[in-house]
Design a protein. Structure first.
Length: 79
């Protein structure tokens, strides 16, 4: 994608594949956690972590709070 000068772009225009699940992946990487380990920490199946990271599974407020606690961040990052 070619960006034009003097135009404001939305985050979605610049990073079309970016979603809340991207935050999970980045924070999990920062903490050195596997999907399996994070899933154990929040009490879900590892495939659910994978689905959330790919934007295929919604992240509700309760799950966002569990993820935030495990990853040391605010739950609002995931909503």
């Amino acid at each position: 994608m070619q960006l034009a000068k003097n135009r404001t772009y939305t985050l979605a225009e610049v990073f079309p594949d970016l979603h809340q699940g991207s935050a999970i992946r980045g924070l999990r990487y920062r903490e050195g956690l596997t999907q399996k380990r994070l899933a154990e920490m929040v009490g879900i199946h590892p495939s659910h972590i994978s689905e959330m990271e790919r934007g295929k599974r919604p992240i509700g407020k309760a799950m966002a709070k569990r993820l935030a606690k495990a990853l040391g961040t605010s739950y609002k990052v995931f909503l």
